[in-house]
Design a protein around this ligand. Structure first.
Ligand code: SAM
Length: 296
């Protein structure tokens, strides 16, 4: 980095240090999802300078810190100790210490326990800030080749059979692109369940993102099922599934205005609401529908 650029990065025009670590702040630090070069300068600065690090798995984070040549006190913060440990971390923040929260990989609070700590800090008036970086869901969406304008993130689909089926059926009418996380040993079951709930939609299977074996398979659900009959799923996956077709909302096109109103009454509306709903569907003033109804 040149001297001038270095100064611009580190200091504002009044000579104040940018990115200075503040006391009593929780820093959510995104860490690489496979490629260590993806850690930002700012992330390294925060990890090096905070008072302590809360890590989902301290052994994993110790490896990252050793790669960076950083030595820092750590506490573990994970699924099964998050309630008691969250309180302890909050007390330390309230006493003026600074803390970086890191999870095993990617953006803390996205499908990992970080979300509870953020909520607890917010409830206690503790400032939380974010050091952006890798997030598997967003990387996969960007690579999917599917519509990215609107999407819904679902994380892992529940393992319990009934609950899983119910959730997938609810999602069948979702028009936005869907993003799921999945482990290799569940992949084949999940693809079959997707096919049953969604039909033969397009899917992008994004595997080992940012790693040497990164692979994006853009296909359909039936072809994916076929493919994994002879290929074993390996590594971590993000599944990006095409959204459902736009629901037909012009069911009334073949109905007369009176039939249209009757349809809503049959579905439980009172007469006045039915007239209002039919007028709204047709984009006409409700008086016009009302006149038709009293004519009969
Ligand atoms: N917070 C993380 C994030 O921002 O990406 C996600 C945590 S979640 C517990 C872990 C899941 O993310 C994995 O099971 C996998 O579905 C997905 N994942 C993480 N790294 C990945 C990678 N390099 N390639 C594909 N999927 C990945």
């Amino acid at each position: 980095m040149s001297g001038a650029r270095d100064r611009d990065v580190m200091y504002d025009k009044n000579g104040r240090e940018k990115n200075k670590i503040e006391q009593g702040v929780l820093y959510l630090v995104a860490t690489p999802i496979g490629n260590l070069s993806d850690l930002s300068e700012r992330a390294i600065k925060v990890l090096s300078e905070v008072d302590f690090i809360a890590a989902e798995d301290t052994r994993n984070t110790a490896k990252l810190l050793s790669y960076l040549g950083v030595s820092k006190p750590m506490v573990s913060y994970y699924q099964h100790n998050r309630t008691e440990r969250g309180e302890v971390i909050c007390e330390r923040l309230k006493a003026g210490e600074s803390c970086a929260l890191v999870t095993d990989a990617g953006t803390p609070a996205i499908s990992d326990p970080g979300e509870d700590l953020v909520r607890l800090c917010a409830e206690n008036g503790i400032r939380v800030t974010f050091i952006p970086g890798a997030c598997a869901a967003i990387a996969a969406l960007a690579l999917s080749g599917l519509f990215t304008g609107r999407f819904a993130f679902e994380g892992f689909v529940s393992g319990a059979k009934g609950e899983r089926k119910k959730r997938l059926n609810e999602l069948a009418s979702e028009e936005r692109t869907l993003i799921f996380y999945e482990a290799p040993h569940h992949l084949i079951n999940t693809l079959n369940d997707f096919y049953l709930a969604f039909g033969n939609r397009k899917i992008a299977l994004c595997r080992e993102l940012t790693k040497l074996n990164e692979e994006i398979i853009r296909t359909t659900l039936s072809e994916a099922i076929e493919y994994y009959k002879t290929n074993s799923p390996r590594g971590e996956y993000v599944l990006v599934v095409e959204g459902g077709e736009k629901q037909k909302d012009d069911f009334w096109v073949s109905l007369t205005p009176i039939q249209h109103v009757e349809h809503y009454i049959k579905n439980g509306m009172d007469k006045s609401s039915a007239i209002k709903a039919a007028a709204k569907d047709r984009g006409v003033p409700k008086n016009e529908i009302y006149k038709e109804v009293i004519k009969q």
